[in-house]
Design a protein around this ligand. Structure first.
Ligand code: GDD
Ligand code: MG
Length: 334
């Protein structure tokens, strides 16, 4: 099975971290987001991935110079300009000459859902496209997908208001597509698979869905980027993983609880880090505290400073000694 993995977005919700690093190349505990996603695909029988690239494609190429990632062979398709989700799928599939049934995934989704099962259902019903669905509490930031009892899709409503969402089952960002779907996508302009292609398939009764309540998180926002990492150390997806890198240095008087501390990061005397992620080379100085927040690579949190409530500190930023950062991004967006 071949999969196109969409990784060409700007990752705006994860700024400032994504100003230098594309979202899927941000570290999640011990590996990039992309490595986690591709390892999951590999476990479900995908042996070749086409990376659909745009924003900062150089970062991906430099990280995987031998075109292998988590044991899976990579091909690269670089868009000359962002073509949106359907435009990107079309561009990537044509670039590598896909002419058989294939898989598409959003590159920021952490999930244990079974692509093989999705593929099988796709065959059984003779669908043109089949998408995985997952239940969420607030469907308004996703593609909302009502179906009939057999799984035929009755509508596709991208990011409706909460009141207008007819169901809590949403597009999980994993699709099985026939190559004929590509013929429905105009070339040379931006086309959204969620706003154009799926609604057109619904009108033709050609879109099917499979519901799954397997583990599923879209890691594209600050709180979910934090959550996928705490879930890994909590053992929500198998054996708990160790969140503290071997090369991190933690002063014996510091308190580090329920957190990830990455390579070469340093936590100083009497500092406190709780429910947080500290990226490589960052420093939390003496008596500073970090709670429910993300500290970017090489950032410095000065002595006694307090960072809390889903704050995000960007690459190389410094927070003055004694200052307080609550529910904020540093640097602030301009
Ligand atoms: N190559 C390329 N070109 N990739 C793109 C482009 C583009 O122009 N635009 C977005 N992407 C990539 C992003 O990098 C990401 O991996 C994926 O496409 C989805 O974009 P997001 O920006 O993460 O979308 P979302 O999370 O708001 O919504 C999507 O995912 C939800 C599930 O996680 C939609 O597919 C929703 O319907 C869905 O519920
Ligand atoms: Mg997303």
């Amino acid at each position: 099975m071949k999969a196109v993995v969409l990784v060409g977005g700007f990752g705006t919700r994860l700024r400032p971290l994504t100003l230098s690093t594309p979202k899927q190349m941000l570290p999640v505990v011990d590996r990039s987001m992309l490595e986690h996603v591709i390892a999951g695909l590999g476990r479900h029988g995908i042996d070749e991935v086409v990376l659909s690239l745009g924003y900062r494609e150089d970062v991906f190429r430099n990280a995987y110079p031998d075109a292998r990632c988590s044991g899976v062979r990579l091909e690269y398709a670089v868009e000359p300009e962002p073509l949106d989700t359907a435009g990107a799928v079309n561009f990537a599939a044509r670039a590598v000459g896909i002419d058989e049934t294939f898989v598409v995934v959003n590159g920021d989704v952490f999930t244990d859902l079974d692509v093989g099962q999705l593929w099988q259902r796709h065959r059984e019903v003779g669908a043109e496209a089949t998408i995985a669905l997952t239940p969420v509490d607030d469907p308004s930031r996703y593609g909302v997908v009502p179906t009939d009892e057999d799984g035929r899709v009755l509508g596709f409503i991208e990011k409706p208001s909460r009141a207008d969402a007819p169901t809590n089952w949403i597009n999980a960002g994993t699709y099985v597509l026939e190559p004929s779907v590509l013929e429905r996508i105009d070339t040379g302009r931006r086309v959204s698979i969620e706003r154009e292609t799926f609604p057109a398939l619904v009108s033709d009764n050609a879109l099917w869905a499979v519901k799954s309540d397997a583990y599923w998180v879209d890691a594209g926002t600050p709180d979910t980027y934090l959550q996928v990492q705490l879930d890994l150390i909590d053992g929500m997806r198998g054996q708990p993983v160790d969140g503290i890198a071997a090369s991190a240095s933690i002063d014996p008087s510091a308190t580090v609880e329920h957190s990830v501390v990455m390579d070469e990061a340093a936590i100083g005397p009497d500092a406190v880090v709780r429910d947080s992620v500290v990226l490589p080379g960052a420093r939390v100085e003496a008596r500073a505290s970090v709670t429910g927040s993300v500290i970017g690579p090489r950032a410095v949190i000065g002595e006694g400073a307090r960072i809390s409530d889903m704050s995000m500190i960007g690459d190389d930023a410094s927070v003055d000694a004694g200052s307080e950062v609550v529910a904020s991004k540093i640097p602030q967006e301009v």
